[in-house]
Write a protein that binds this ligand. Structure first.
Ligand code: DAH
Length: 353
């Protein structure tokens, strides 16, 4: 029996010798250590041996099995090591190659304009305030002095959040302009300072939504920057001084401005401010459509009713407000002819800024 066991061991080790990969090693393990291997047959036959032989053969067979297992483990390690050294040679990384430059993103052109606007008004003491994008009819229109059926509502076609039947008395909508932020901000201010409120100067940037046909000049979603200053003795002169300074910082010290009378329900008097066309200097070109002027923003003195709705006494307080579209300003500055580019996510456009 000992001879047979020695032979089993010799055969197995000889077969193991030439093996140099995992697959043949697996096959070897099945053949020499598996359930129907010759060494396992020896274990299975132990029951037929005499009481004296049994422990002797069992022990000898066990030694053979352990020797085979050890040899197979060593072989497995050897194969692994071989694979690693091969990989080290074949997958060598050339660390002397110059690295690939990471593509760095940039700020969206509207964001760049917004940040410039923040800087200019920040320097003039305005704080940035944010207001909600979902509004009620009350705030978006009524408290800004647009009663129901006021014709000025027609200029701001609205996305309502509920169907006609479910709208109720105070419909929810996506804000059509940033002006309702004026009411929220004034109410918060006068809530904090119920008596003798100190002056406030804020800008309110943010997204607005109108149910409009998308064309080269109008989008259903766009930014606005609203401005509001309220205090004692604020005049139209303050409005003009602030906005002329803004125009010069934004468009260059040579920028000329003019104010045209206009109408907004929440300001009285109301105006629109134009800036001289920076492309042609006012002579007339394709950007200004021959006018020499570009319309930049709407503005006016806060209507007494609006001041009252914000918690201010219009007999004591006055204020001015303005609203502008940063996409429109960006279009003018960069000679962009189609507002749809701003949301198209086309890198060929975005990478230019
Ligand atoms: N809310 C106006 C609009 O969307 C813009 C505007 C005009 C805002 C005059 C103002 C303002 O604060 O005084 O058309």
């Amino acid at each position: 029996m000992q001879e047979k066991l020695d032979q089993i061991k010799l055969d197995a080790l000889a077969a193991l010798e030439g093996i140099d990969n995992k697959e043949t090693l697996d096959a070897w393990q099945v053949k020499y250590l598996g359930r129907s291997s010759t060494i396992m047959d020896v274990f299975k036959s132990l029951g037929t041996l005499s009481q004296e032989e049994k422990p002797l053969v069992g022990k000898a067979a066990n030694l053979v099995k352990i020797a085979l297992e050890t040899a197979s483990g060593d072989k497995e390690n050897q194969i692994k090591q071989q694979r690693i050294s091969q990989a080290l040679v074949s997958e060598k990384i050339d660390i002397t190659l110059p690295g690939r430059r990471a593509v760095s993103g940039g700020l969206h052109p509207t964001t760049q304009t917004l940040r410039e606007i923040y800087r200019v008004f920040g320097d003039m003491g305005f704080q940035i305030s944010l207001s909600r994008e979902v509004e009620t009819d009350q705030y978006n229109f009524q408290m800004l002095n647009f009663p129901p059926y006021h014709p000025a509502r027609d200029m701001q076609d609205t996305f309502f959040l509920r169907s006609d039947e479910d709208r109720g008395d105070d419909p929810l909508m996506l804000r059509t302009h940033t002006s309702p932020g004026q009411i929220h901000a004034m109410l918060e201010h006068t809530r904090i300072y119920p008596d003798n409120p100190p002056p406030m100067r804020i800008i309110l940037p943010g997204m607005c939504y109108r149910y409009e046909q998308i064309t080269a000049r109008s989008e259903i979603q766009f930014n606005q920057v609203e401005g509001l200053a309220v205090g004692k003795g604020i005049t139209f002169g303050d409005l003009k001084g602030t906005l002329i300074n803004f125009a010069r910082r934004m468009f260059g010290q040579d920028a000329n401005t003019r104010f045209r009378a206009s109408h907004f329900p929440f300001t009285e008097p109301s105006a629109e401010m134009d800036v001289s066309c920076f492309l042609c200097g006012g002579n007339g070109c394709s950007v200004c459509k021959g006018a020499g002027w570009l319309e930049i923003l709407g503005c006016g003195m806060v209507h007494p009713t609006v001041l009252k709705n914000g918690g201010f006494d219009p007999e004591v307080y006055s204020g001015f407000a303005f609203g502008m579209g940063p996409e429109r300003i960006t279009m003018m500055r960069h000679h962009i002819e189609d507002i749809r580019y701003f949301w198209a996510n086309d890198l060929r456009f975005l990478e230019q800024f």
